[in-house]
Design a protein around this ligand. Sequence first.
Ligand code: ADP
Ligand code: MG
Length: 258
Amino acid sequence: MLHFINLNLIMAKEIISTNNISKIYRMGSEVIEALKSVTISINKGEYVAFMGPSGSGKSTLMNIVGCLDTPTGGEYVLNGKDVSNMTENELAEIRNKEIGFVFQTFNLLPRSSSLDNVALPLIYAGISRYERDEMAMQALVNVGLGDRAKHRPNELSGGQRQRVAIARALVNNPSIILADEPTGNLDTKTSYEIMDLFDQLHKKGNTIIMVTHEDDIAHYAHRIVRLRDGLVETDLRNENITNPVLEKARLEKVKASY
Ligand code: ADP
Ligand code: MG
């Protein structure tokens, strides 16, 4: 079937496109250029890490990419829509539809079950109770927590809590998963669990962007963008992608030899 060509492979679909975006904060007479000029393009299905020293602009860029904030100058096109000049309400709508957030501190509701935490974004999307529960359950099954639907966060391990948060990020079927230091509050062993999950999500076609200041975590991503002083310092394909399964085995071997 030589005539059958997968167009997705030829025409990579651009999901994120920033053109010279800047972000300026004014504090009294002081002007802070958090982002000077950032131009990046990310295609559907990419797995990217944003790195850089503290103060380099990572969070500012994440907030703009995640539609939590708008740039002072330049354009940002998300999934074909120019979101640079949207109002607060328009941004909220885009956010709910296009972005799944994963935070360092999980941000789960402590009194709600895993199922209810995961179903939460669907309430805002106006989906019926029955459908919400079905979709949330499926999302939990997808992160390997089908048997923990009724547990509350304090009845789960740190890694399981983060997996619930990832299920919540995925339940709306967003265009991008944005993870800000997703392993920042986890021990080494649990970090692999989460990186393994991201790996599987990436293989299924999800687009993942994570912010991290840890080199070994960034190396799970397939592309590493380094920021410095509000500019992109380097933007490189990762030639040394860490395989979480092999890495876990390697570390267990190291541990056993002590
Ligand atoms: P990173 O996440 O890489 O540590 P940030 O994006 O948080 O960096 O910050 C970039 C720069 O912008 C820093 O100098 C920081 O102090 C400044 N900055 C960030 N947010 C604000 C704000 N809301 N008001 C004023 N300055 C800010
Ligand atoms: Mg930051």
